[in-house]
Design a protein around this ligand. Structure first.
Ligand SMILES: Nc1ncnc2c1ncn2[C@@H]1O[C@H](COP(=O)(O)OP(=O)(O)OP(=O)(O)O)[C@@H](O)[C@H]1O
Ligand SMILES: [Mg+2]
Length: 250
């Protein structure tokens, strides 16, 4: 059983503290989803876990292995990958080159090409576009490339920052289905989403962050609809769901 734990994470940029002690837990085979208003620190939290944002205090732990303070490439080697907000693909590089960049921590060239082959089998549309510059792909194809690129190292755990952003309703549902399939295979998924309806469909556990603090933790069935989630954002429905309470997520 793989378990990712972020405990009392404090992080920010320069002198500005953004996360004031946030805690989340996520297990393998599950989709754990983080919601919250714009600017509340969702991406900062994923960055803190993945090693792209400095952690000022608190701990990040993957299966008992301490990730806190490790640089991003070391975190990736430990089996935790991040698909950043917007996908983070290089528009001037081809699809193949983008996949190779995603696998740069793999020591073995043959292994890298083998993994690219496996991903092409899984994402046939990308396979047809291997020499195309990523910037010339459609929005849906770019998102698939971003997802595929994060998978190239076969992570045990993957962080997705808004995998459905900017996609049509149909493609958004497809992207989140991909995420659910990964969890079904036993990968741990911690995901940030703004598409509340689709995300609630695939989520097993949910967190709400507001103003760099935990506001709510629970299961999708605790939330009636997107409107109730919005009320939680605003503080109206948060009582009794304080995540700092002992045993809440057990
Ligand atoms: N590199 C940075 N340097 C300085 N401030 C930053 C940086 N990145 C984010 N911030 C600030 O940190 C705060 C939290 O940003 P963050 O991107 O984590 O929020 P978010 O919840 O992911 O928002 P969104 O829903 O818009 O993606 C915001 O006030 C933002 O302006
Ligand atoms: Mg964000």
């Amino acid at each position: 059983m793989t378990r990712l734990t972020a405990s009392d994470v404090v992080a920010g940029y320069g002198a500005v503290e953004i996360l004031h002690g946030v805690s989340v837990e996520a297990g393998d085979g599950e989709v754990t989803c983080i919601f919250g208003p714009n600017g509340c620190g969702k991406s900062t939290l994923l960055g803190a876990i993945a090693g792209t944002v400095d952690v000022w205090a608190g701990e990040i732990d993957l299966d008992g292995e301490k990730l806190t303070g490790r640089p991003a490439h070391a975190v990736l080697r430990s089996g935790l990958a991040l698909m950043p907000q917007g996908g983070g693909i290089f528009p001037q590089l081809s699809v193949r080159e983008n996949l190779r960049v995603g696998g740069h921590t793999l020591a073995d060239r043959h292994l890298l090409e083998e993994r690219i082959g496996e991903l092409v089998a899984e994402f046939p549309r990308l396979g047809e576009r291997m020499s195309v510059m990523a910037g010339n792909l459609s929005g849906g194809e770019q998102m698939m490339l971003a997802i595929a690129r994060a998978l190239i190292v076969k992570p045990r755990f993957i962080l997705f920052d808004e995998p459905s952003a900017g996609l049509s309703p149909k493609l958004a549902a497809e992207a989140l289905d991909r995420v659910a399939v990964l969890a079904g295979r036993g990968v741990g998924v911690l995901m940030v989403e703004q598409n509340i309806r689709e995300a609630l469909r695939v989520a097993d556990r949910i967190y709400v962050l507001v103003g760099g603090r935990n506001r709510f933790a629970g299961r999708p069935e605790d939330i009636a609809n997107g409107r109730q989630l919005m009320e939680i954002y605003l503080g109206a429905a948060a009582e009794g769901h304080d995540t700092n309470r002992e045993g809440e997520m057990k």
